[in-house]
Design a protein around this ligand. Structure first.
Ligand code: MTE
Ligand code: HPA
Ligand code: MOS
Length: 772
């Protein structure tokens, strides 16, 4: 019955991002493109210029005197709770009442007829305060007796002390790992339109519309059903819009309700960079014990993070750092502690990898230490410590690794990249090249997929089939460039067996799918793809019942295939069939739901199965450094990444490439610099250097492990791709480290801190040369 005709854009095919053409032609609508209604106002934040102080009062007389200013919003104007803490710890006010806790902290908002007026007027406020001593970094904060922003986590397995005592070798060290600004192309923005009664509609750029909705309701003192949050798309989020939109949404909504006019708030780039959180920087103390072959016997680690003035997501972020402090390696005995330190800086937040990368970098540093101490190729040390499949497969959080494919994945990349030969060639090159030095490294990644907050692992979708056969798809996830909408639409297209372009991808709105989770933890497709599939299956079940009853055939004889429905001997076009189903009063709409099976987590015990499965990857990079200037370039990178059975190979490759470059930027040129007063000095692209097109590897080979298939029943056996390849950037960092080590004949582990800016590379070279 089935012919070879197939549909366009089913799962596992290369469908372009549904908005690709709109992105590059400027036709894609972002929040700032929404036409303003008559009388719309603009808000701008006024911020502190001191890191820690007692707030005595604010004199707004010059602000209010400025023509075009409509008014100001302060803590006194908050009708409900003055709290936007995502974890409900009540430690993050919309605007503070008596304490300034970081330089650049929003203290009030000016509302004016134009954005320019609001922005200029905000500068004219006179803030009265009494300064207090401040602590900017986690170590200073620890010394000053600052508290943790949230309870620390401890992971422990085995018996560390006896293993340390018995091990022939032991190395202790400290590593600093820098933070990162999200540098999304589209900054934060919120646009609120007041409605009747308590109602308000907020258009904004967020990964978490439900939280924005709940937070606006909380701040306004109304119930959630009065608030609608809409997100068509973001111009990038990268974790920076998982919680940080709360402030902007709350301000826009409060002002809209206060003046009963639409209000938009959009900070400029400098304010976006200073007033919103970033990736956590860490200071990591490690203690690794190992045998003479380089096999790890015991690991102890303490992970202190600069969390900023409030908890925000620092609890789960620092937890995830510990969950990834093993990376791909089995630690027979291990004890890991997180130190989520309060500091007088902006409250740090989610960023691609969510603390995981900081943990993985620490694991890779320990591998390097062992390699230099035992005189081995670091790749051999890595391989000797990989998780096994039958034994040596329990993580520090007591989850068994059941799906480790690193032997094959790394083995393949080792071959295709010709790692061994090139490493020999590089060592030979370095002997005869006095100024330019090369390095090469091949690093693995293992990344746990699922939100560690187990209840977050649920999703909903709403699918309508209209009586002309067109399909309207809505799910709880948000589109930030990653291609989530495309992938979910592919799943729906395949399930209905219709062409991809029959499916209308629509904005995410809290009106259609309630109580959604953030589009985060790389789980967007896993969760929403399954929820959408569930909705389609419900509709199809009704359609099959209708067809089998009406045509008097068995349900098995009703088959959806290639834009048609086969019913016994009859063949109908999909739309003609739908029209008949409609006339027969079949319900053509369904709400789907999904929750991830198998996972559980007991944080107090530090035990459970927080992750449904793991995604794997490997990366090999070669670099050249200039030992006179510290400058470097990436000569070649080969990536091999595991996305299970890819739903869309071109989109997945795009994610892998982008994540690698972003990870490389984090560890090389992107440096956040606060001065002693606590002022972020790198608050614009002029001083904060993200990778340019010209910084990409000169040779860049990117491949998916096309043989991989998720052993768990994920959507079409695919694996999450958003975050795991971020950590592929670590191969560049380790290659830089090898190039540095060459100046002292590889006798010593260079102990580079991240980011390895040219300045740090130069200093590390000088340090090693002086020692040798
Ligand atoms: N890709 C693009 N283009 N833009 C983004 O903002 N965010 C990343 C990743 N890839 C991001 C991206 C982050 S932090 C996550 S968690 C995932 O996408 C979220 O989307 P997903 O769960 O649908 O993969
Ligand atoms: N990852 C990303 N975002 C999150 C998580 C997580 O594990 N938990 C809560 N928000
Ligand atoms: Mo991604 S950091 O989980 O938004």
């Amino acid at each position: 019955m089935k012919d070879n005709v197939s549909i366009i854009g089913s799962a596992h095919t290369n469908v372009n991002h549904d908005s690709a053409v709109k992105h590059v032609t400027g036709q894609a609508d972002y929040t700032d493109d929404i036409a303003l209604p008559e009388g719309a106002l603009h808000a701008y934040l006024g911020v502190s210029d001191v890191a820690h102080a007692k707030l005595l009062g604010i004199d707004f007389s010059e602000v209010l005197a400025m023509p075009g200013v409509v008014g100001v919003l302060t803590a006194d104007d908050v009708p409900g709770a003055n709290d936007i803490s995502p974890t409900h710890l009540n430690d993050e006010p919309v605007f503070p009442t008596d304490a300034i806790q970081f330089h650049g902290q929003p203290l009030f908002a000016v509302i004016a007829e134009t954005r320019d007026i609001a922005r200029r007027a905000a500068e004219r406020a006179k803030i009265e305060y009494e300064t207090l001593p401040h602590a900017l970094d986690p170590i200073t904060a620890q010394k000053a007796g600052y508290p943790h922003v949230t309870a620390p986590l401890k992971l422990e397995r085995g018996d560390v002390a006896p293993a340390q005592a018995a091990a022939p070798n032991r190395i202790k060290g400290r590593m600093s790992v820098g933070g990162q600004d999200h540098m999304y192309l589209e900054g934060h923005i919120a646009f609120a339109i007041p409605g009747e009664d308590d109602d308000v509609v907020v258009h904004c750029s967020t990964q978490h519309p439900s939280e924005a909705q709940h937070m606006v309701a909380h701040v306004l003192g109304v119930t959630s059903n009065a608030v609608v949050v809409n997100v068509r798309r973001m111009g990038g989020g990268f974790g920076g819009k998982e919680s940080q939109m709360n402030l902007f949404c709350a301000v826009a909504a409060m002002a809209a309700k206060k003046w009963n006019r639409a209000v938009k708030i959009r900070p400029d780039r400098d304010q976006d960079m200073t007033a919103t959180g970033k990736r956590h920087d860490f200071v990591i103390d490690y203690d690794v014990a190992f045998d003479d072959e380089g096999r790890i016997q015991a690991v102890e680690g303490s992970f202190a993070a600069r969390c900023g003035f409030s908890a925000d997501l620092s609890g789960p972020v620092t937890d995830r750092a510990l969950f990834h402090a093993d990376n791909a390696y089995f630690y027979p005995n291990v004890r890991l502690n997180s130190r989520p330190m309060k500091t007088n800086t902006v409250s740090n937040t989610a960023f691609r990898g969510f603390g995981g990368p900081q943990g993985v970098v620490a694991a890779e540093r320990m591998i390097e230490e062992i390699a230099y101490a035992t005189g081995q190729d670091p790749l051999d040390v890595r391989k000797a410590n990989f998780y096994g499949t039958k034994d040596r497969n329990v993580t520090p959080y007591h989850q068994e690794v059941e799906d480790c494919i690193l032997d094959r994945l790394v083995g393949e990349l080792e071959e295709t990249s010709e790692y061994r030969q090139r490493r020999q060639d590089i060592i030979a090159f370095n002997k005869t090249s006095p100024v330019l030095k090369k390095g090469i490294a091949l690093t693995p990644v293992k990344f746990g997929i699922s939100f560690t907050a187990t209840w977050y692992n649920q999703a909903g979708a709403l699918v309508h089939v209209y009586n002309d056969g067109s399909i309207h798809l809505n799910h709880g996830g948000t589109e930030m460039g990653q291609g989530l909408n495309t992938k979910v639409a592919q799943v729906v297209a395949e399930a209905f067996q219709v062409d991809f372009n029959r499916i209308k991808i629509t904005k995410t709105t809290t009106e259609k799918v309630p109580n959604t989770s953030a589009t985060a933890a790389s789980s967007g497709t896993d969760l929403n793809g399954m929820a959408a599939l569930n909705a389609v299956e419900q509709i199809k079940e009704r359609l099959v019942k209708f067809a089998s009853e009406t045509w008097s055939v068995s349900p098995e004889e009703v088959v959806f295939h290639a834009n048609q429905v086969h019913i016994g001997q009859d063949v109908l076009a999909f739309d003609a069939f739908i029209k008949q189903a409609y006339l027969a009063r079949v319900q053509l709409s369904a709400a789907g739901f999904y929750k991830t099976p198998k996972i559980h987590w007991d944080r107090a015990k530090g035990q459970g199965r927080p992750f449904y499965y793991f995604a794997y990857g490997a990366s090999c990079s070669e670099v050249t450094i200039d030992t006179l200037t510290g400058e470097y370039r990436v000569d070649r990178t080969d990536l091999l990444h595991d996305v299970g059975r890819s739903l869309n190979p071109v989109l997945d490759k795009g994610q892998v490439e982008g994540a690698f470059i972003q990870g490389m930027g984090w560890l090389t040129t992107e440096e956040l610099w606060w001065d002693d007063a606590g002022r972020l000095r790198t608050h614009a692209p002029s001083t904060y250097k993200i990778p340019l097109a010209s910084d990409r590897p000169r040779i860049f080979n990117v491949n998916l492990a096309d043989w991989s298939e998720n052993r768990e029943l994920t959507i079409k056996r695919s694996k999450a791709v958003g975050e795991p390849p971020f950590m592929l950037g670590i191969s560049v960092f380790e290659a830089l480290s090898m190039a540095v080590a060459s100046v002292a004949d590889y006798r010593e582990c260079p102990r580079l801190d991240a980011p390895a800016t040219p300045e740090r590379v130069l200093m590390a070279v000088a340090r090693l040369q002086a020692g040798s």
